[in-house]
Design a protein around this ligand. Sequence first.
Ligand SMILES: Nc1ncnc2c1ncn2[C@@H]1O[C@H](COP(=O)(O)O)[C@@H](OP(=O)(O)O)[C@H]1O
Ligand SMILES: [Mg+2]
Ligand SMILES: [Mg+2]
Ligand SMILES: [Mg+2]
Length: 407
Amino acid sequence: MSFHTRFAFRFSTVIIVILAATSAPSVFHRLASISRQVLPSTVKHPSQSSTMSSSYPKELEVALLAVQRASILTKQVFHAKSKGTLTKSDASPVTIGDYGAQALIISALKHNFPSDEIVAEEESTDLQQDAALKDLVWNLVKETKLDDPSAETTLGGSITDAESMLNIIDQGNSKGGGKGRIWTIDPIDGTKGFLRGGQYAVCVALIVDGDVKVGVLGCPNLPVDDSAPLEGGIGENQSDAEGKGALASAVKGEGSQSRPLGTGKLQTPRKISVQSISTPSEAAFCESVEANHSSHGDNAKIAKKLDITKPSVRMDSQAKYFSVARGAGDIYLRLPVRGGNYIEKIWDHAAGDLITRESGGTVTDIRGKSLDFSQGPLLTGNTGVVAAGSAIHAQVLKVVQEVLSVE
Ligand SMILES: Nc1ncnc2c1ncn2[C@@H]1O[C@H](COP(=O)(O)O)[C@@H](OP(=O)(O)O)[C@H]1O
Ligand SMILES: [Mg+2]
Ligand SMILES: [Mg+2]
Ligand SMILES: [Mg+2]
């Protein structure tokens, strides 16, 4: 790094620390006031909520609270001018928000379920080599708390110092697989969306013997209102202003729910379900903003063949799964880019896949196979994703296969 680059970086580091310190109270205040205005009914304590009847009550409660707490951290970074961005070896971005959220989530999971394994997206190597960035992440992590002390006690696992934080980030290094209890974490899914002020999601799922049992998605920039129309555009005007911030969850066999994201006690959840359209021509469909993550051209051909007239809605992250699951969108296509050989990662899909299926949707790859989370960190057995309401999925898949010439 040249002296000038180093100076510029240090300078931006100082600015972000100041911004984080000065903006945090107002962000908290604003969030508290949002939850008072929009969310009148709060549950008394998470353990008394509807998570009680679940077959994974503790797992669901901890995952919900962990996502909620990590989202407080990501929202602070979202509002900061400089987000402490590094470029990883695969040329993708990672920010102090990704590292901080991962540290907080892993500490809660390890505290509550010490023998479970974790497959998480980030690792601390780049952070170890950058003391300024590490301090920045540590400052965020140590300051971020839910505003309900009993929820903080439930999460537990407070991190003592920056070095332990690095160690905790790297506890998400399990190789995954088809045996035992494995959590998968995407601390910020849609980092590119996060950086450009669009949609992003904090994602946690529990996989047991290869099968997703619990899924939670925190989407700070999605509307609280499940019936709000899908927002288009690439997201410059998407934000976590009043009325935004939604938390989706599902437990296998028990349906799926949405609730306001909040900052402390879990809010009362509502059941969600896909929209009951029976013909794809009425569908609203969503796709990645990034053209190299999913083939926009093939999506357009498929939409045309299905007589879909509404323009596709482009949004980043697993917010797409959540949108289909609550009936705001109807179809999410993630089609392999021609000539590419990308293999999808489990943390980009586990929570969204379960939430969509538990909402009455069907999720397969382009061959009609269910997503297989038992193969390690990668979805090596699958190509692409076709998610839609069960009533229209077969018709959509047929056209996907025609357009992509899938045998
Ligand atoms: N060439 C590629 N094809 C498909 N997905 C890709 C990709 N490169 C990166 N991704 C994944 O796409 C995710 C974002 O998805 P979307 O485009 O739906 O927002 C990224 O998650 P992260 O942002 O967590 O890194 C990343 O894992
Ligand atoms: Mg990433
Ligand atoms: Mg991701
Ligand atoms: Mg990510």
